[in-house]
Design a protein around this ligand. Sequence first.
Ligand code: R5P
Length: 306
Amino acid sequence: MKVFSGSSNKPLAEKITKSLNTLISPLEIVIFPDGERRVRVTDRVVDEDTVIIESTSPNPDTHYMELFFIVDALKRSGAKSITAVVPYLGYQRQDHVFRDGEAVSLEVIIETLEAVGMDKLITFDLHSIKIPELFSIPIVHLSALPIIAEKIKEIATPHFLKDTILVSPDMGGIRRIKILSELLSNMPFISIVKDRDLVSGDIKSNRIDSASSGWKKRVKRAIIVDDMISTGRTIASAVDLLVKNGIEENIVFATHPVFSNDAKNILQNLRASKIFVTDTIDVPEEKRFGKLEILSISEMIAKELE
Ligand code: R5P
């Protein structure tokens, strides 16, 4: 098996290949002055199983184009199979028509990846469990929830578990929070009902789901868990709401650190003691901040590839 890396998340590719006791195979990626990319496989891949690791954030368009070209180059060079490891699958929030006349961007991406020759996809914590149904090829949908559960157990004391509640910042995350609750011996959970403006993306209102009655009793600490943090506004409004409801300590977990716009400042200044994310997306030094901790998904991917 030969493992290649695109340019979006080399640190993750290095960790995965280290776990697999191998090296990243050479790949030439040239960027022309106008921004176009040329990709060339310089290793021999005839009849080899190949793996390409490429996250699609930041700059989803650039990294998708790069991924399409790498898959095409591997196919033309005679690879027996091409598995794409795309830990963060960009455009996943555009998986159906929300308003008349819209493109279903994720479907376009999937059709293109399949057309250029991808045989299998390995990815993490998709926004919706229906997304795998959009693929015609095999897809392995992994989750960072077991890693998150382990981290919660590591930081928790018996007292901590008694006065803590899990929180989904929107109803879309309720399935995720139920799974995490089961991994943590049925830890209690609640959900926030978030209403977003479909045009501006602004959060219009935020309230605790009325089905979660009686949750305030003895609860001092909230562990908020989301699939991704982009602008940070979802997490910020969840924290504000929880603080207004008497929560003294907030701890945040999210799989994908998209960190767009002013996310770093919003997150650093939140009334949250810690923010844990994973390395599905590389967080460069300039986007890191004091209370951020990055957990690695590399071992899970390596095990899947073994
Ligand atoms: C939305 O449904 C997702 O689960 C996330 O809550 C959302 O994408 C986070 O985006 P932002 O950080 O921009 O609020």
